[in-house]
Design a protein around this ligand. Structure first.
Ligand code: HEM
Length: 206
């Protein structure tokens, strides 16, 4: 059994690892190393960062089943909140660098880029899940908490749709994320989820 100090170090390590890309991109922008459009550089990287965080968050339950390692479950809420943080910063960079904080442009922008609505629905969904991820909300929601948080699967679908709509030429990157998402979702199917702990015994007795 690991001591509480080790678990704390693990959580702090995950926090710093999730923070590192934000610091790196900011450093690139500050040093004029982010290309000709630093605003777009931030926007796109934050979008991809949000997708990564969501995929990592959704991988933790199957990984816990497969390995029985408590560490994965311990960082689930943190990574879920990081997903929300990246997505919120993605929206802020859109508002700042694309709209120039001129919200009156939003109407015509939505007509021009309807995928923005899909992104907004996904972000609202992430905010609801973030707001109900604490102990108090878990207690209050009781049995309804789990079905509510299964909406994260629909959010993943929305984010992939948003991304798909954005891609104009090279679909390879999108296809890679879609394949990872499909794999994560397959591990959630009841027969596969039931098989995961058995796989662990097979590996450990091999
Ligand atoms: C209010 C909500 C949102 C707005 C306004 C928004 C806006 C945008 C815009 C303007 C782009 C760039 C399109 C271009 O290439 O010109 C984009 C791309 C993207 N967004 Fe969002 N988005 C939102 C929510 C989200 C959320 C919640 C996620 C994920 C958690 C996300 C992930 C992405 C990804 C992965 C890309 C593609 C990045 C790339 O091409 O490298 N977006 N979004």
């Amino acid at each position: 059994m690991a001591s509480p100090r080790i678990w704390l170090a693990w959580r702090v390590g995950v926090f710093l690892a999730a923070l590192a890309p934000l610091l790196f991109w900011s450093w690139q922008v500050a040093n004029n190393a982010a290309g000709p459009e630093p605003g777009r550089y931030l926007l796109l990287n934050l979008g991809i960062g949000g997708l990564w965080m969501l995929l990592l968050t959704l991988s933790l339950t199957p990984l816990t089943k497969l390995t029985r390692w408590k560490g994965f479950a311990l960082i689930r809420r943190q990574l879920g909140l990081w997903t929300l943080a990246y997505a919120t910063l993605h929206l802020l960079s859109y508002a700042l660098f694309i709209l120039g904080l001129n919200w009156a442009l939003l109407g015509s922008e939505i007509v021009k880029r309807p995928y923005i609505i899909v992104g907004m629905i996904a972000l609202v969904g992430l905010a609801v899940l973030g707001a109900t991820s604490n102990r108090w909300a878990m207690k209050r929601l009781g049995k309804r908490w789990k079905p509510l948080h299964k909406f994260s699967y629909a959010i993943l679908g929305l984010v992939l749709l948003h991304f798909f709509w954005v891609v104009r030429a090279d679909m390879q990157e999108w296809a890679m994320y879609a394949a990872i998402a499909a794999l994560v979702m397959v591990t959630r199917l009841p027969p596969v989820a039931r098989a995961l702990p058995k796989l662990r015994y097979r590996f450990s007795s091999a």
